[in-house]
Design a protein around this ligand. Structure first.
Ligand code: NAD
Ligand code: LMR
Length: 331
């Protein structure tokens, strides 16, 4: 029997919005090949675009079919969110405008925020009650908040935003500096907002079996390392002339795979509505250290916080409160 052909496993419905965009083009192939939901899990892809994107979406669907993935049972392309989200178990909210080189991510909120009102409502109406949602479209923390606020019948914990790309960037930088592969780096994670204020926390990170804080100079960790991670999105835009796409898709797969299949005891970064952890006001979609098991995200809520970390945690609270205030009419 071919991989993915176990007829006893029921297909799951997975939606991707902005499916004809740059991230979509990298993400769909990773999902379809089994990297996210497992090499035995059949999938029905439900792809959402806006009307001007529908012709490009047709081309993407042709190519997906031409890839003959054994796990793919059906592909639906639509510009109707209620069709795209119908009975979905997992949703990737990607579709939205990327920033240009002279913008901050928060400048996108006026253009992108309203998208997540309609999509939140559609998720509320038609998605599985257990749906797992990752928001990638920027500003992703606040867009996740908007989607969740408009889906009152779905527990808010099921709406997350992506800071895994920032974590992966931190891992990549540490690995390069230490001269090891990224598989040797563990438990570096991101606090707060997917914005320049984010805090990549190195205090619990291990390089092989040694503490990162013993290997790397403190000035590097709190200076160049932090700033490089926090501003990497802009650096990619300046170099590529377009925002990160393949690395963003890869991080979205990492996020959803760990949520779906477990993080194997590792700490991973996920932004989710605060339940008051570490003094973060309830409801703010904030990136915390998390571990995933049995399809659940558990915030690691007992880490020691020093003065520097507290300063960064508070700075991110302020940034997210301001973003929440700016979209109050969408909540
Ligand atoms: P893109 O412009 O290449 O593609 C976006 C696609 O979304 C387009 O095809 C567009 O037609 C579609 N779209 C727009 N509005 C839509 C809507 N209402 N419903 C469905 N589809 C819609 O952009 P991209 O490079 O794929 O980036 C998408 C988003 O992801 C941007 O907001 C970008 O800033 C963000 N992003 C986030 C991270 C992160 O780490 N969180 C990383 C990279 C990019
Ligand atoms: C990134 O971090 O690469 C994305 O959020 C794109 C951006 O605008 O920085």
């Amino acid at each position: 029997m071919q991989r993915g052909q176990d007829q006893s496993i029921k297909p799951i419905r997975v939606a991707v919005t902005g499916a004809a965009g740059n991230i979509g083009y990298a993400l769909l192939w990773r999902i379809a090949s089994g990297d996210c939901f497992g090499s035995n899990q059949p999938i029905i892809l439900q792809l959402l675009e806006i009307p001007p994107g529908m012709q490009r979406l047709e081309g993407v669907i042709m190519e997906l079919k031409d890839s003959a993935f054994p796990l793919i049972h059906d592909i639906i392309g639509t510009d109707d969110p209620e069709v795209a989200f119908k009975d979905t178990e997992a949703i990737f909210l990607v579709g939205s405008r990327p920033r240009t080189k002279d913008m901050d991510r928060s400048d996108l909120v006026a253009a992108n925020g309203p998208i997540f009102v309609g999509q939140g409502r559609a998720i509320n109406s038609v998605a599985s009650r257990n749906v797992k949602v990752i928001t990638v479209g920027n500003p992703c923390n606040t867009n996740a908040l908007i989607a969740s606020a408009n889906a009152p019948d779905i527990p808010s914990r099921q709406f997350t935003a992506m800071t895994r790309l920032d974590q992966n960037r931190a891992v990549g930088l540490m690995a390069e500096k230490a001269g090891v592969t990224s598989s040797r780096i563990k438990d570096v994670f991101i606090w707060g907002n997917h914005s320049n204020t984010m805090y990549p926390d190195p205090r619990f990170a291990l390089v092989e079996d040694q503490h990162a804080t013993e290997i790397f100079d403190r000035n590097w960790l709190n200076g160049e390392f932090l700033n490089t991670v926090a501003t990497r999105g802009k650096a990619v835009i300046m170099a590529r002339g377009a925002s990160s796409a393949a690395s963003a898709a890869s991080a979205a797969v990492d996020h959803m795979r760990d949520w779906w299949q477990g993080s194997d005891g590792r700490i991973v970064s996920m932004a989710l509505p605060s339940e008051g952890w570490y003094g973060v006001p309830e409801g703010l979609v904030y990136s915390f250290p998390c571990k995933c098991e049995d399809g659940e995200i558990n915030v690691v809520d007992n880490l020691e916080i020093d003065e520097f970390a507290q300063g960064k945690i508070s700075e991110n609270i302020q940034a997210l409160l301001q973003e929440r205030e700016a979209v109050s009419e969408l909540l």
